[in-house]
Design a protein around this ligand. Structure first.
Ligand code: FES
Ligand code: FES
Length: 159
């Protein structure tokens, strides 16, 4: 079977099987490796993307369900000129990324939260990233980065 969906604003059509996942489609077929494979069991959040405005773990999202959907991955988050988005820059500024393996998923979790809540509390942010695991930073800096971006956007910053 084939699915047609929007990926970071561009229409793509791909053959899929009943066993294909969005993660495998992105990484193996479309060669978009920004989305990371951590556990492939829905437990770590490294593979997080946004589908129709909602945070999803792409490793457990059936590719056959993609038809007509809009998918946003980490590749679609940067500014048009390739520079880091405000949230990506905030991660850099806050020291919220070390090995970087969790970072794409964390960024997508942050973007998904800010789509729904433009003024989150630290507790809101902690809950929003609660299914995203980071071995390196202790989470404090990640919460700092998302909160700083929310404040910046409320004050008329990027996005
Ligand atoms: S790789 Fe998908 S949740 Fe871990
Ligand atoms: S920065 Fe290394 S796992 Fe999060």
């Amino acid at each position: 079977m084939e699915v047609t969906f929007k990926l970071n604003g561009e229409t793509v059509t791909c053959p899929v099987t009943t066993k294909s996942t969005l993660l495998r489609l992105l990484r193996d077929e479309l060669k978009m490796t920004g989305t990371k494979n951590g556990c492939e069991h829905g437990d770590c959040g490294a593979c997080s993307v946004i589908v129709d405005g909602v945070l999803e773990k792409s490793c457990i999202f059936p590719a056959r369900n993609l038809d007509g959907k809009e998918v946003l991955t980490i590749e679609g988050v940067s500014n048009a000129d390739g520079t880091p988005s405000d949230l990506q820059q905030a991660f850099l500024d806050a020291g919220a990324t070390q090995c970087g393996y969790c970072t794409p998923g964390m960024i997508m979790a942050g973007e998904a939260l800010l789509l729904m809540n433009n003024n989150p509390t630290r507790q809101d942010i902690r809950e929003a990233i609660s299914e995203n695991l980071c071995r390196c930073t202790g989470y404090q800096q990640i919460v700092d980065a998302i909160q700083a971006t929310a404040k910046s956007r409320l004050n008329g910053g990027a996005k």
